[in-house]
Design a binder for this molecule. Structure first.
Ligand code: FDA
Length: 437
């Protein structure tokens, strides 16, 4: 996107709105319906061919739309305090109230997570119905070509130019017919412009960097972005071990120096996934080690040393065999043996030094792993980082540099934990913004 690009293309109209929201995702639609209820004339623009694509794919198709227990501690960002105001003004029961009013059946899963009984489509339909009830217009396939602040219009602060986002087929047809004419542009003017373009994760679902580009155009600073709530990958020997165990899931304590989570880990063909890993990824930087307590309910060093006294002729695998049904799958035990104590696998406990047993116990209660990276934006649920929140009002989401410009949702440097927190942030930031635009 550039302010100069496509200047020669014809401009069709100059429709005027009170509010234009770029992004028909979770935060954009919530902001739209809130502003629409106040009688504002709202247009939502999206370059995708469908609104709310991420809502539809969320929560395995059942949308974990919020959480009973929402605290500022469930969010990360350079300014930890930024999210507090919006979250307290729009608590999760507000959204639950709307879900109930629309008679959408839902259920609670562990840790207060709320999911639709049937389909994420119910949430999207609810948002679109609420928008249409208050006259919000949603225009899809709209590629934003430029955004400019204007000064000579007492009813508008911004002018936008869009072109039609062509489908793959249409692009191909244009190419084949040798059509090189510029696509006609549509012009819009608005008093308030809301950037709700989300993050960079899952580019195939419409993610783009437009929100960050607009932030920079208006002199905002970006906190470095990275894929988050994302599985870890491994390239070394550990990677081979992990891949060989694909499919195994077990409850662990996953931690680093900053945080720990008692949740399941899942071994996959690409690395380590599951809730424990996704949560930890929010707090992980490249090059750092993570620690996995494979038997969180047992002090393994104490157990080995006690068994050495009481059953000196036992082997390590025999001690651990007691736990293979409950905590440690047999396949994992066999692989760990090859990886961690192959040299003493047939040695009786009596003949293994206490130091070695202590070392092994410590490893089982805190397996140190160094991920080579993550699966990246291709599979990440969210983007960490984004528009620096110190430059945005926490009460209204308005830019500190440009009157009438707002940022909401994931484009901001606010990232929630797994468990419905990212949607809760989208609804809450969309709501407080929709109240003032
Ligand atoms: P969102 O991504 O929803 O919307 C942004 C919109 O902007 C999109 O419609 C996009 O097409 C549009 N856009 C982007 N660039 C544009 C451009 N250049 N021009 C015009 N439009 C543009 N969270 C949670 O709380 N519970 C859950 O169950 C899940 N599950 C989940 C699963 C998967 C697979 C993913 C990828 C993500 C989740 N999330 C989640 C995260 C959640 O989906 C996410 O945090 C919110 O959708 C963010 O809302 P936003 O409105 O900020 O962006």
């Amino acid at each position: 996107m550039s302010q100069m690009q496509n200047q020669a293309a014809p401009v069709k109209s100059n429709s005027q709105y009170d509010v234009i929201i770029i992004g028909a995702g979770a935060s954009g639609l919530y902001c739209a319906l809130t502003a629409g209820r106040r009688g504002r004339r709202v247009l939502v623009l999206d370059h995708a061919n469908k609104a709310g694509k991420k809502i539809l794919m969320s929560g395995g198709g059942r949308c974990n739309f919020t959480n009973y227990f929402v605290e500022p501690e469930h969010f990360i960002g350079a300014n930890q305090h930024f999210c507090k105001s919006a979250l307290s003004r729009y608590p999760s029961w507000e959204f639950i109230g709307m879900v109930e009013a629309h008679k959408i059946a839902y259920h609670e899963r562990e840790h207060g997570q709320l999911f639709c009984d049937d389909s994420a489509q119910d949430i999207l339909t609810m948002l679109l119905d609420e928008c249409s009830a208050v006259g919000v217009q949603v225009k899809l396939n709209a590629q934003v070509e430029s955004v400019q602040a204007i000064e000579n219009d007492k009813n508008a602060r911004f002018e936008l130019l869009t072109t039609k986002q062509l489908s793959k087929k249409e692009k191909q047809e244009r190419k084949e017919s040798g059509n090189q004419t510029k696509l006609p542009q549509t012009g819009y003017r608005c008093e308030s412009l809301v950037v709700a373009t989300g993050g960079l994760s899952i580019p195939t679902m419409g993610a783009s960097g437009l929100g960050y580009e607009l932030a920079q155009q208006f002199e905002h600073t970006l906190v470095a972005t990275d894929a988050s709530l994302v599985p870890f990958t491994f390239t070394d020997k550990t990677g081979e071990l992990i891949r060989a165990l694909a499919g195994i899931s077990l409850p662990v304590i996953a931690s680093n120096e900053r945080i720990s989570f008692k949740l399941p880990v899942l071994f996959t063909h690409r690395g380590l996934s599951g809730p424990a890993m996704l949560q930890l990824s929010n707090y992980w930087q490249i090059g750092e080690t993570i620690s996995i307590n494979l038997l969180p309910n047992i002090d393994m060093t104490m157990l080995f040393l006690a068994h050495k006294k009481s059953h000196p002729r036992q082997l390590i695998r025999t001690v651990l065999a007691d736990y293979t049904d409950s905590a440690l799958p047999k396949k994992l035990l066999a692989a760990l043996q090859t990886h961690l104590w192959d040299d003493i696998k047939d040695t009786e406990l009596a003949n293994i030094k206490d130091e070695r047993l202590t070392e092994l116990g410590t490893t089982l209660n805190g397996w140190q792993l160094k991920p080579s990276g993550t699966e990246g934006y291709r599979t990440a649920e969210v983007t960490r980082g984004g528009v620096k929140t110190n430059e945005v009002s926490s009460k209204t989401m308005q830019s500190s540099f440009q009157d009438g410009l707002y940022f909401i949702g994931e484009v901001l440097d606010v990232t929630g934990w797994l468990g419905g927190y990212n949607f809760q942030w989208a609804w809450a930031s969309g709501f407080v913004c929709g109240e003032v635009v």
